[in-house]
Write a protein that binds this ligand. Structure first.
Ligand SMILES: Cc1cc2nc3c(=O)[nH]c(=O)nc-3n(C[C@H](O)[C@H](O)[C@H](O)COP(=O)(O)OP(=O)(O)OC[C@H]3O[C@@H](n4cnc5c(N)ncnc54)[C@H](O)[C@@H]3O)c2cc1C
Length: 461
């Protein structure tokens, strides 16, 4: 009889867990995956995918508005939120079924239940059943974090609930300045809601390049979104179906919904990690792991958002794949977390890869900046008041392109391709040698000849 019931027990059927389970099963491992909610996890069920569907839906308003300048007369368009939500839910159910089928096809077994540690090798399912495993992979993801309690916090929704509102709010207050807050602000504004963003910092999108932060804010404000920075929500009062949000600056705002998107925390609570001896990283509250995603307990690994490293789907997938290759494929693969491209699906979109100007200037003694803002061709006829931003951050000593930052239509699609060049350590000369593709916005990336700024740090005496 085998020493353990399974070779691998995966806790969490999200992006990372599913990839690890399928690859490990492909290597011949006996795999069990526990999922307490819905297969596919955050990305598929209440993250990237439904979010992008709503973004695409709300963007159609811009297309309709822009059409007149191109000669189109479109009779007054109407929008039905319940139809969009129902269609989105149908697509999510299809994807969930596909995820389930693919895991089962790989030979892994799914148990639709919560699983927690009894000890380092034994898991307890919600049914009471105990399963023993040679290896355990914790892939439990993260969850919205509302921060400190304020009076009326029970009236506040997170992104989880925003996907299931029965009707479109006429007015919504969103606290947060990160990508989820901005994306939902633009989604609701696109559909016609009156949106106010509340953010405690000086400017939205902390951690992004300062030019990107300034540019996005100005573009969102032009679209009619109110952005209040330097203040926080201190309380929320309910009056029937409406709310009053009180702010630290003494003002208050009336709305039909109040949403917080101020951060997410790793799902480590009540998992029995202490029974298994798994250590938490004190710096971020996630499971502490080494470069191989191995926890403080040799047979327990953790990947994805529960480790709170880079909370993005492709990162969780790559970490899950690498784990399975290492442990069951005997192919040592260490995930390189540098140059991860990321997008904000605001309107306009943001796409970035590599160093911000601030990061580059802290690390390199000579940094050249190539920056341009321009009116996109479409706006010349649509009359939309919008500008594109493109910025390259270059190491002036080696000519290597360290970072690329784009705000404008298709920024995410563009940055995916630029990320290949940045990952390959392309130089500015390589960009210059590349033919422009005319007429596009992206051609600006290969036609910026003269640095707009040059930052040279004097060597210390
Ligand atoms: C609104 C929103 C938009 C996002 N947009 C993007 C985007 O555009 N691009 C991008 O790359 N990333 C995006 N993300 C982030 C992305 O969704 C996550 O990084 C990714 O899903 C992490 O995958 P994971 O496998 O670590 O965890 P998850 O996908 O969160 O999966 C964890 C799973 O574990 C299950 N679980 C938890 N505890 C237990 C337990 N004890 N027993 C059994 N099951 C358990 C959960 O139910 C869940 O299904 C977004 C996230 C949100 C919230």
């Amino acid at each position: 009889m085998a020493e353990f019931d399974v070779d691998l027990f995966v806790i969490g059927g999200g992006s990372g867990g599913v990839r690890a389970a399928r690859i490990a099963a492909g290597y011949g491992a006996r795999v069990m995956v526990a999922e307490e909610y819905r297969m596919g996890g955050t990305c598929v069920i209440r993250g990237c995918v439904p979010k992008k569907l709503l973004v695409l839906g709300s963007h159609i308003r811009h297309e309709i508005d822009d059409a007149a300048g191109f000669g189109w007369t479109i009779p007054s368009a109407t929008f039905d939120w319940p139809t969009l939500i129902a269609n989105k839910d149908k697509e999510i159910a299809r994807l969930e079924a596909a995820y389930t089928a693919n895991v089962e096809k790989s030979g892994a077994r799914i148990v639709k239940t919560r699983a927690v540690f009894e000890d380092a090798h034994r898991l307890r399912l919600a049914t009471g059943e105990i399963v023993s495993a040679r290896y355990v992979l914790v892939a439990t993801g993260g969850a919205p974090n509302h921060g400190v309690d304020v009076p009326g916090i029970e009236h506040v929704i997170s992104s989880n609930e925003a996907f299931h509102l029965s009707e479109l709010p006429k007015r919504i207050v969103i606290q947060g300045g990160g990508y989820i807050a901005l994306e939902f602000a633009c989604i609701f504004a696109g559909f016609g809601s009156d949106v106010t963003i509340i953010y405690r910092g000086e400017n939205i999108l902390r951690g992004f390049d300062d030019d990107v932060r300034i540019h996005v804010r100005s573009e969102m404000e032009k679209e009619g979104i109110t952005i209040l920075t330097g203040c926080t929500v201190t309380g929320v009062d309910r009056h029937g179906e409406a709310f009053t949000t009180h702010l630290s600056n003494g003002s208050s705002i009336a709305s039909e919904k109040v949403m917080f998107a101020i951060g997410r925390h790793p799902n480590v609570a009540n998992l029995g990690l202490e029974k298994a001896g798994v250590a938490i990283n004190p710096k971020n509250g996630g499971i502490a792991v080494d470069g191989w995603s191995r926890s403080s307990v040799p047979n327990i690994y953790a990947i994805g958002d529960v480790t709170h490293r880079h909370n993005l789907t492709p990162v969780a997938i790559r970490e899950g794949h690498a784990f399975a290759d290492n442990v069951f494929g005997k192919r040592p693969v260490r995930v390189d977390h540098s140059d991860i491209p990321t997008a904000v699906f605001s309107q306009p979109e943001v796409g970035v890869v590599g160093f911000t100007e601030t990061q580059a200037r802290a690390e390199f003694s000579h940094v050249d900046i190539y920056k341009t803002t321009f009116r996109p061709m479409k706006a010349t006829l649509s009359g939309r008041d919008t500008k594109v931003l493109m910025k390259l951050v270059v190491d002036g000593s080696t000519d290597r392109v360290l970072g690329c930052h784009i705000v404008g239509d298709y920024a995410a699609e563009t940055i995916q391709a630029v990320a290949i060049a940045v990952k390959m350590k392309a130089t500015k000369a390589d960009f210059d040698a590349t033919f422009a593709l005319h007429p596009t916005s992206a051609e600006e990336l290969v036609t910026m000849r003269i640095p707009t700024e040059r930052h040279v740090r004097e060597a210390a005496e």
